[in-house]
Design a protein around this ligand. Structure first.
Ligand code: KMT
Ligand code: NI
Length: 179
């Protein structure tokens, strides 16, 4: 697991942007982000994913291949992914090939950059502001889990500020004074 505070420099979003300040898995868990590196073969990893689907009642899944040549409307999609947004449901991603970065906002509204690589299972809670980018390898293949229909609706900032899932997320991660 590699996570750190984002350096906010103007460099390309695909660069590391490592400020040198690490963020631990416990700190991620404190903002309800769950990260797990699944072990073993893809088949063994998929058993864990299947189990998670049963536990959390996820009925659908798809696979997304993101690269300049593989994803239709690549430029447009990549902009949408990197625009700060929330969802009204968890965003669960299992990385099958390649790598990329999920950035999530911490309690102090700072960006935390999380590297996701092969075998990584990431659960981004409903209501947290986040965004996604490829890294300089320009390729990721990921499984996306859906409770019902395979739909993925981003609600951008600041429109989502008073969304009930946003408000609920802020409540569950606790008051700022506990940082
Ligand atoms: C997202 O939520 O940003 C996406 O579905 C694209 C990235 S999945 C690795
Ligand atoms: Ni998202």
């Amino acid at each position: 697991m590699r996570a750190y505070l984002y350096d906010n420099s103007d460099a390309d979003q695909r660069e590391l942007h490592d400020s040198g300040i690490p963020v631990s898995i416990e700190e991620l868990n404190a903002i309800n982000v769950q990260y797990q590196r699944l072990e073993g073969s893809l088949e063994e990893q998929m058993k864990v994913v299947e189990q998670l689907c049963v536990e959390r009642s996820y009925k659908n899944r798809d696979e997304i291949h993101i690269s300049p040549t593989l994803l239709p409307n690549y430029e447009e999609k990549i902009k949408i992914f990197f625009t700060e947004h929330i969802h009204e449901d968890e965003e669960i991603r299992f990385i099958i090939e390649g790598s990329g970065f999920f950035d999530v906002r911490d309690r102090l509204d700072r960006w935390v950059r999380i590297l996701v690589e092969v075998g990584d299972l990431l659960i981004v809670p409903a209501g947290i502001y986040h965004r996604f980018t490829l890294d300089t390898s320009n390729y990721i293949r990921a499984m996306r889990l859906f409770k019902e229909d395979p739909k993925w609706t981003p609600i951008n900032r600041p429109l989502a500020d008073d969304n009930k899932y946003r408000v609920e997320h802020l409540k569950t991660i606790g008051p700022l004074s506990f940082c």
